[in-house]
Design a protein around this ligand. Sequence first.
Ligand code: OAD
Length: 239
Amino acid sequence: MSKIVILTGAGISAESGIETFRAEDGLWAQHRVEDVATSEGFARDPAMVVNFYNARRKQAANATPNAAHKALAKLQQLYAGQVVIITQNVDDLHERGGSRDVLHMHGALNSALCVACEHRWPAAMTMAPGDACPKCSAPAARPDIVWFGEMPYDIDAIFDHLAQASIFAAIGTSGNVYPAAGFVAEAHRTGAHTVELNLERSAVGGQFAEHRTGPATRVVSEWVEELLAKPVQPRDSFK
Ligand code: OAD
């Protein structure tokens, strides 16, 4: 069966009004990564970290999926093969745009995690430091976000998908954060056609066979329509 594996990053949600990380005025220009995206930062100042993600959660809740999220959902529904979506994004705009089984490799804003027993539950819109775990009652809740130095989620499943991909696409990601930035090399090595859809060439842009440059709402919608209009390509035809 033909399999399309798609990696998305902050750029796909930019036109929904969600800030990216590495734009000049992006999140990492306003906050220190060490403060808000590491377990050491959380240990030092849990309130600051919880509030940072409360603000992200509120921004995501007020945003709506754009044409790019919806185009990927359409591809998942209509493509005569499998379409796997892996996202580095912690918002739920893929799901609200109609996609299913999205792999959130960097965690999710709508999930809380107990540091004591690893139980997960739907996060309150406003979390507070020391919120109790509903399972073990420890005052040990944290946002269920993968911070720097922690292992991304679903990595074994992701590498299995990459090994089986006919097409690998990266959408709206700057190629600065590993392991996600290494997926193109892995997909290329195992025989996939690789395509980057982004406003500009990313840090790993040279590794892609094809580029589609422009805003995600336009380039993703056009790419999806082309894929749906073509007969499904057997995996070997791209080699
Ligand atoms: P970045 O902010 O690093 O990159 C966003 C990319 O999207 C850039 O290459 C932009 O050019 C592009 N872009 C912006 N607007 C776009 C649009 N309308 N259409 C298409 N492309 C657009 O975000 P990520 O690559 O997702 O991790 O960042 C990866 C990880 O770094 C994040 O998951 C986060 C961050 O630190 C953690 O917090 C663990």
